[in-house]
Design a protein around this ligand. Structure first.
Ligand code: FA5
Length: 342
């Protein structure tokens, strides 16, 4: 039996050195250490041996078994190392000077239009302000000359929170805060997301963006308001577009106007985007009501001002030819990827 063990070791070493791939190595492992392999056979034979010789031969078999296992592990490690070296040798050399081809995302069209309008107004001396989305009743309504139970509250179906606060229904909610923060004279714009409990259609969403603007100074008049509105629209569209100004009622302006844009989706013929009227309400505006100026701590004997509430999401519809406002929140990566990525 001792000779058999020696012969087995010789045989194992020869087979191991011939194994050049992980598959061949696995074959060697199974054929020598597997349940039906020679080591198991020797163990079975050992049952017929008696006494001290049994212990000696058992030890030899165990030594052979341990040698086989250790040698197979070491050979596996050597094969893995060789494979890695071959991979490195055949890999393309790394060139840090090559331009990176990163698969970038793109900016949302609302972000793009917001940045564009911000830079137009910033170039005309307006400061850009931020304001929270959760506001209180005073800022959203009362400071804007809309007392409790005023019918104008029904113009905007409001989401109230359990703590009495509400989701901003319009960016006008920041007017009072900004007047108090800066005083007069003042030029500021404040973009923001607005929320209204409205039925949605091609030009109405329950979550949409507005950009508010106010300018307060001595001798501010409607002609200043019209100048800034025209300037903003000509910069955004860079071509002639038809607009119309008509009277509009908002308790926080007097006089108040509705500024409509001829629908650029249908060219003014009428379509779902403009509710078949050919016109889209875009930017109501007006001269700030004295009560609102007073609530903001502004001296109404000295100062007047205008305010506007631009429908930023609708402006993006017109600028990018997006016929349905609901597409902005649809998360369609394919259509969003058409927009600029940097
Ligand atoms: C207001 O929100 C006033 N705060 C605007 C204002 C500011 C008037 C300052 C005077 C002075 P209105 O509810 O009309 O007004 O909304 C203003 C604009 O926001 C609309 O013309 C429209 O462009 C946009 N808008 C309003 N509701 C929605 C909606 N549900 N979905 C998409 N855009 C909307």
């Amino acid at each position: 039996m001792k000779e058999k063990i020696s012969a087995l070791r010789e045989n194992f070493r020869a087979r191991l050195s011939a194994a050049q791939t992980p598959e061949q190595l696995e074959e060697v492992r199974v054929s020598f250490l597997g349940k039906k392999g020679p080591v198991s056979d020797l163990m079975a034979e050992l049952r017929n041996v008696e006494g001290e010789q049994k212990a000696r031969l058992g030890q030899l078999i165990n030594e052979a078994k341990a040698e086989f296992a250790k040698a197979i592990t070491a050979a596996g490690e050597t094969l893995r190392q060789k494979a890695l070296e071959a991979q490195i040798a055949h890999a393309k050399p790394f060139n840090p000077t090559l331009p990176a081809h990163l698969n970038c995302g793109s900016f949302h069209p609302i972000t793009l239009i917001q940045r564009e309008v911000e830079s137009i107004f910033a170039s005309m001396g307006f400061t850009v302000e931020d304001y929270p989305e959760v506001v209180d009743d005073y800022h959203c309504f009362e400071a804007l000359n809309i007392p409790k139970h005023h019918p104008a509250r029904d113009m905007q179906d409001t989401y109230y929170l359990d703590n009495g606060q509400l989701l901003k229904t319009h960016t006008s909610a920041a007017q009072n805060h900004i007047m108090r923060k800066y005083g007069a004279p003042l030029r500021a714009i404040f973009p923001g997301r607005c929320f209204r409990n409205e039925a949605t259609d091609a030009c109405h969403e329950n979550t949409f963006f507005q950009m508010e603007g106010i300018m307060i100074d001595e001798d501010i008049s409607i002609s200043n308001l019209i100048y800034f509105m025209k300037k903003m629209l000509s910069e955004v569209f860079r071509r002639d577009i038809r607009v119309r100004l008509r009277p509009g009622f908002f308790p926080f302006v007097e006089p108040g106007f509705e500024l409509d844009i001829s629908c650029l989706i249908c060219g003014g013929d009428g379509c779902p985007s403009c509710k078949n009227s050919g016109w889209l309400e875009l930017c109501p505006c007006g001269m700030i009501h004295p009560n609102v100026l007073k609530a903001g701590g502004i001296d109404t004997d000295k100062y007047t001002g205008f305010a506007f509430g631009l429908g930023l999401t609708r402006l993006a519809m017109m600028k990018y030819g997006i016929g349905d406002i609901r597409d902005f929140n649809a998360g369609q990566l394919k259509s969003l990827s058409q927009f600029e990525s940097r």
